[in-house]
Write a protein that binds this ligand. Structure first.
Ligand code: AMP
Length: 218
């Protein structure tokens, strides 16, 4: 099964995609993670993406589409994928249409105050990538990862000014994609109205939505 998770930055796309992988027997492909890795490793793609990411802007379509094609052609993704952070423009959606059939859209709806509160308090382990939140998902020791003891850091683009820019980019460039898909692919809508909504509950609701359109069975 191939699905796309849509939602503004901080809506939980990555968290839910990781939890849905085993349930849906599909491979999560997170574009933002792929670019952050590329930047860290100083690859050609990383060098092209870095300045856009720092400003909270979209990386040019040509770069993104090439990376996506490589990912989807890898063996693990052939039995199914969950796309997180792609497509973000109509051009990307058109390119995707040529390489894969999409079975459903999971559409996360989260108010702006929750996004800003969540992202500005998000911290990530430099070693293992585990995600914490200093408001409601605190590490046992300040600034230290519970799992591996690594140092926690704040993403450059998780600062309030850049968060607001990223939300604006989402509304302008990515939200029109929902219209693009509405007549083509079934939707599962999930509304989050609580800052500290447990991810397990969200995943149960999403799976129930997929069940209703015949795409998931317990
Ligand atoms: P994310 O972790 O999904 O919030 O992505 C972080 C950043 O990576 C974004 O703000 C963009 O600069 C870049 N990025 C990720 N996915 C895409 C995409 N599909 N198109 C363009 N830029 C992207």
């Amino acid at each position: 099964m191939n699905v796309i998770i849509f939602g503004p930055p901080g809506s939980g796309k990555g968290t839910y995609a990781a939890r849905l992988e085993a349930k849906l027997k599909a491979n999560a492909i997170a574009m933002g993670d792929i670019f952050r890795d590329a930047v860290k490793q100083g690859t050609a793609v990383g060098r092209k993406a870095e300045s856009y990411m720092k400003r909270g802007e979209l990386v040019p379509d040509t770069v993104v589409i090439e990376v996506l094609e490589q990912k989807i052609n890898q063996k693990e993704a052939r039995s199914g994928f969950i796309l997180d952070g792609f497509p973000r423009t109509i051009q990307q959606a058109e390119a995707l249409e040529k390489i894969a059939k999409i079975d459903a859209i999971i559409n996360l709806q989260v108010p702006e105050w929750i996004i800003v509160a969540r992202l500005s308090s998000r911290r990530i382990c430099k070693n293992c990538g585990a995600v914490y939140n200093i408001l409601y998902l605190k590490p046992k020791k300040d600034g230290i990862c519970d799992m591996c003891g690594g140092p926690l850091y704040q993403r450059d683009d998780d600062k309030e000014k850049v968060i607001r820019d990223r939300i604006e980019v989402y509304e302008k460039q990515t939200q029109p994609l929902l219209e693009y898909y509405r007549s083509k692919v079934p939707f599962v809508n999930f509304k989050c109205e609580k800052l500290d909504m447990p991810p397990e509950n969200a995943v149960i609701e999403i799976l129930s939505g997929l069940g209703k359109i015949g795409l998931y069975k317990e």
